[in-house]
Design a protein around this ligand. Structure first.
Ligand code: 13P
Ligand code: 13P
Ligand code: MG
Ligand code: MG
Length: 387
């Protein structure tokens, strides 16, 4: 095998739900497969796998063109466009939902689809896990990525495997400022946690092995509401992690998902709910459009070919976590329209607050009990700051 880096690109978009936002119609996957088969025959791709998590179509592709290749991004864009035509014909829900611009311009980032890409020299054996989630924001990966690569209570290899013992570097995006910072673990762990604990503001983007800078993981961090300036559906992110021989073992990579942590998303993109690890078949969120789902597709890469997928959560040991998820979902649901089930005002993707505030603005009285409104004539604003 030549000393040439391969690229694993995972690009996803919701181009129409069947029924509502619960899953995709089989014709969408068929259309995507047809498009990507053409790309293989033109030698643009080495290999591909098309799948879905809930109503999001995922294109998992290998090629030689590197990260951010406009050819590969354009291929993904055109594939989603073709699938959108089918979705429109079948009047699927929200046809073309994540395609936020009319024409492709060089890179799908900022245009709606979510992207996670890794470029590396294929090792003697190259196991990778592709995580795909529905009904949640990209902040959902912060806790599991931290636990895989920095928490010795999750990953014993951090202590007992000399190739991982020096730790990992986390590249974090401030999604409001569009800036990135690298923080090294274990030394800067507490600083890192200050940022990534606020998962709706700071998101892990890449993880690198400290000893040689080799890339270990990549996550999509695209937030649709920031791109579109309004709610257009949840981001439903993807994340790719390399495994074994100097990276966490497959078991260490899956282990964080044994705790169904609360993530922002769920129904109308406006509620916190537990992230449920499920089988490919079960990635069909239906209880109040949820709870949020994550699937894990395992592949061995051989000369760029994707050997797999294995459905990594199709093991009955995960039933315990799934039952815990159902309990946590029930507990959160009982809060109804109250926080912390409903997201804080600033994070909600749907809101009627501006209209309601406008309607009652002039009816707010001063706190001293007098009927006379001391604030009369003054504009009353209610802060939507949450912390
Ligand atoms: P093997 O010794 O079976 O290769 O397993 C090593 C490992 O990574 C287990 O977590
Ligand atoms: P999606 O982001 O998966 O399209 O879901 C949107 C929604 O509002 C579900 O209630
Ligand atoms: Mg949808
Ligand atoms: Mg979705």
């Amino acid at each position: 095998m030549a000393e040439k880096k391969i690229t694993l690109s995972v690009i996803k978009a919701d181009v129409g739900g069947f029924v509502g936002h619960s899953t995709i119609h089989p014709d969408l996957a068929k259309t995507a497969i047809k498009e990507l088969e053409k790309a293989v025959s033109k030698k643009l791709l080495i290999d591909f796998h098309v799948t879905n998590c809930g109503d999001d179509v995922e294109l998992i592709m290998t090629h030689w063109r590197g990260k951010d290749s406009s050819d590969i991004h354009e291929l993904a864009w055109n594939t989603f466009k073709e699938a959108t035509k089918v979705a429109q014909k079948l009047k699927l829900y929200g046809a073309g939902q994540d395609l936020l611009v009319d024409a492709f311009s060089g890179n799908v980032k900022g245009m709606g689809p979510g992207v996670a890409e890794l470029e590396f020299l294929e090792r003697k054996s190259e196991p990778v896990i592709v995580f795909m989630a529905d009904k949640c924001s990209p902040g959902a990966w912060n806790l599991p990525l931290f636990r895989m690569f920095a928490d010795p209570f999750c990953t014993p290899g951090l202590i007992i495997d000399k190739s991982m013992h020096d730790g990992f570097i986390f590249e974090v995006v401030d999604i409001h400022q569009n800036k990135v910072i690298k923080l090294s673990c274990p030394e800067q762990m507490y600083d890192l946690l200050m940022f990534i604990g606020s998962a709706e503001n700071f998101m892990i983007y890449n993880v690198y092995r400290k000893t040689d800078g080799e890339v270990a993981a990549a996550a999509s961090t695209q937030k649709l509401s920031l791109i579109a300036g309004q709610y257009v559906g949840k981001d439903d992110p993807v994340c790719v992690v390399r495994s074994q021989s100097g990276f966490p073992a497959v078991g260490e990579i899956l282990e964080p998902f044994s705790f169904p942590h609360l993530v922002a998303g769920w129904t109308r993109g406006s509620h916190y709910g537990p992230l449920m690890p499920c089988t490919f078949k079960d990635a069909t969120p239906s209880r109040l459009d949820g709870p949020p789902r994550v699937i894990a597709a395992g592949f061995q890469i051989a000369e760029g070919k994707l050997i797999g997928p294995r459905d990594m959560f199709a093991d009955s040991i995960w039933d315990y976590t799934r039952n815990k998820t159902a309990e946590a979902a029930e507990y959160m649901r009982r809060h109804g329209p109250f926080e912390p089930h409903r997201l804080p005002l600033k994070e909600m993707e749907y809101t009627t607050m501006p209209q309601i505030m406008k309607k009652y603005e002039s009816k707010f009285l001063s706190m001293d009990g007098s009927a006379k409104d001391k604030n009369k004539g003054k504009k009353i604003t209610v802060t939507t700051e949450t912390d």
